[in-house]
Each structure stands twice: as C-alpha cells, then as structure tokens.
Design a protein around this ligand. Structure first.
Ligand code: GRF
Length: 190
C-alpha cells in the first residue's frame, strides 16, 4: 500500500477531495494530513474523514527532522502539497525526491513564485488580461513553483470575469484533476 501525506495550510477542499478519491482504493491511501496552522479548516475535514492529522510549528519543520521521522514511522511514501504555504526544506525534498507533488492554481511558469498564492494569483492573471488560466501539477524542488511540470489543464477566461470568478473556475479544475493525476503519478512508479 502506498501512503500519502497531504500538507495543507488552509481550507483543504483539495485535501478532502483527494481523501475521498482514494477511499477504498486498492493500492493508495491518504494516511496523514499535516498542517502548519492550528485553525486551518483542513484539520477538521481530515478528522471527519477519519484521517490522521499532525500540526507542526516552524521550529519542528525547519530546525529539526522530527517531521521526517514521523512520516517514516507512518510509512509515508508520497507527499502531496495542497495549498501548503511554507517552502519545503531540503531534507524533506531529498527524502521524497521524485515523490512529492504540488498543485498551483495557474499555468506555470506564469504566475508562480514567492507570494503568488490564493486570490493574488487570479488577480495577477486578470490584471494581465489573460484569455485563459488553469492548473499546474508539478514536482517539488527547492524553489517555489519550479519543479518539473507533470500535468496542466486549462480554462477559458471571459472579459467579464473577476478574480473570484477565475478562482472558482480554476478550483473546479483542481477538484476534477488533482486526485487522478496523483493516482497516475504514483501508479507509474509502482
Ligand atoms: C488551491 O487553489 C491550490 O492550487 C493552492 O491553494 C489552494 C488550496 O485550496 N496551492 P484548498 O485549501 O484545497 O481549498
């Protein structure tokens, strides 16, 4: 059985979708949800789904390898970042090289990098007058949003769209594609 840890800082709609998608899957399960925010809605979503949760602080994440030890103790084989806002330290990237994915709510390499998250991404897309946006699933390396791209999906934008409309359209794509893309990525490595 391949065991996923999802790292998330916020609402967790993607995390929930992924947990539900793999419920009953023969080879893959979501074992653990890790968050850096005690009040993140993702923690409640995970608990209601019966998934283990772990809250981490900055020191545990950056100054120790406690989290890695815990991931290994729980048999985690893949890490998925779903709205996780801290830069992942190199000890974790090395430990899960080629086995860590992130989703970004735009078509990278555009509209990525430090500070480009949430509604800011969609505001920038709107301000640039783009005719389309979309999602990017990519591997994680030591720079924000720069790992190898493994999947993109696109949606058209209308001149009347505002950032919130774009956000909703992009999130729909995330909920549709992220879990099956994770499944394919893992399956390809088995
Ligand atoms: C998603 O748009 C994802 O692309 C980004 O953060 C957002 C998380 O949304 N990295 P949610 O917490 O899964 O609802």
């Amino acid at each position: 059985m391949e065991k996923i840890a999802i790292f998330a800082s916020g609402n967790g709609s993607n995390a929930q979708r992924i947990i539900e998608y793999f419920d009953g899957h023969p080879n893959i399960r979501v074992q653990l949800v890790v968050s850096n925010k005690a009040d993140a809605a993702v923690l409640g979503r995970a608990e209601r789904a019966g998934t283990n949760t772990l809250l981490i602080n900055r020191e545990q994440f950056y100054q120790s390898e406690e989290l890695l030890a815990e991931l290994q103790a729980q048999g985690i084989t893949f890490v998925v970042l779903a709205g996780f806002l801290w830069l992942v330290p190199s000890y974790l990237i090395r430990a899960y090289e080629g086995r860590m994915l992130n989703i970004h709510p735009a078509l990278l390499p555009g509209y990525g990098g430090k500070g480009m998250y949430g509604i800011r991404v969609h505001r920038a897309v709107k301000a640039a007058g783009e005719k389309e946006s979309g999602i990017t699933v990519h591997q994680v390396n030591e720079q924000y949003d720069e790992g190898d791209i493994i999947f993109q999906a696109r949606c058209k934008l209308l001149p009347s769209d505002d950032a919130e409309t774009i956000a909703r359209r992009v999130q729909k794509l995330e909920h549709e594609h992220f879990a099956p893309v994770i499944e394919q990525f893992i399956t390809d490595q088995l």
